[in-house]
Write a protein that binds this ligand. Sequence first.
Ligand code: KG4
Ligand code: ZN
Length: 340
Amino acid sequence: MEQIPYILAIESSCDDTSAAVLYGNKVLSNEVASQEVHTAYGGVVPELASRAHQQNIVPVVDRALKVANIKPSQLHAIAFTNGPGLMGSLLVGTSFAKSLALALDIPLVPVHHMHAHILAHLIEDAHPITPISFPFICLTVSGGHTQLVLVKGPKAMDILGETIDDAVGEAFDKAAKILGLPYPGGPVIDKLAQTGNSGFMAFGRSLVDGYNFSFSGMKTSFLYNLQKKVKEDPDFVSKHLNDICASYQNALLDVLFKKLELAVKDYGIKHVAIAGGVSANSGLRNRLTKLGTDKNLTVYLPPIQYTMDNAAMIGIAGYYNLLAGEEAPLSISASAKIKF
Ligand code: KG4
Ligand code: ZN
């Protein structure tokens, strides 16, 4: 494609309905409707998520086009998340994208959600002064995934390691639930941890082989540890909430950094990035910045608006897929589990 394309991107893999318009690698709009409905349940309820996507998708796409000041007839392609994610949620975005591509008679471009989290770093305003350069190692940390990826190019990524059970975002969210904090718990724990003592409690650190991660044991150890303390003092949680959050967050970050540092050393890679919802975590960002200074690494922190699920990242990944000629037939469906 010689002309720089206008791309409408749609993301609906979990509990955020998002639409964005990109002009090449430039984001013109990035609208996100988060679903409050799950807060009361302490986690995402798949059935409610797909219903909320159905209600949100038309107004969100409409807003994205208005903010970008683009008419549907100006679009060159529709990019959409076709997996991985919750099937009911993915189907809403997929059906919408297919209908619009058919109506406008323009290419339909499927995007892998986890590729998109990483490629958000290639958005023009993600790193306007020093654009990210290849190869880099990316630690992708979200509610559904924890991966260490060697990124050699926009279309060349190898998973070095990943979680063998829970994602680190889940470990944040489940601990928050145990503490009686609202969903999603990650940002709440982050905030409370900022004024807590990270050495207050010693939570176990699970370390599995190689570059893989395991977080389910840490969540269980958190629960048992806390139950023991509450037995001794029923007000333990309310008295020490910030210190508990800081200690637990520190334990999770220790595990992430152990593996990240190992991969950086073994591969001799000097460029390191983080991505995904948990990459908004202030403790993680500070620690990575410090690691960069200590070990002479170039560190890339994504702007906060590109950390959580958003359609701008689907748009940039869609742009590179389109350049590679990866258009899908209208018969394509969503896949809850899809090869990286
Ligand atoms: O990438 P994302 O929006 O959705 C998935 O693809 O899963 O990530 C959501 C996850 C949730 O587990 C949420 O608690 C976590 O990201 N999260 C955070 C922070 N902000 C979001 N975790 C820790 N600290 C934060 N500041
Ligand atoms: Zn995500």
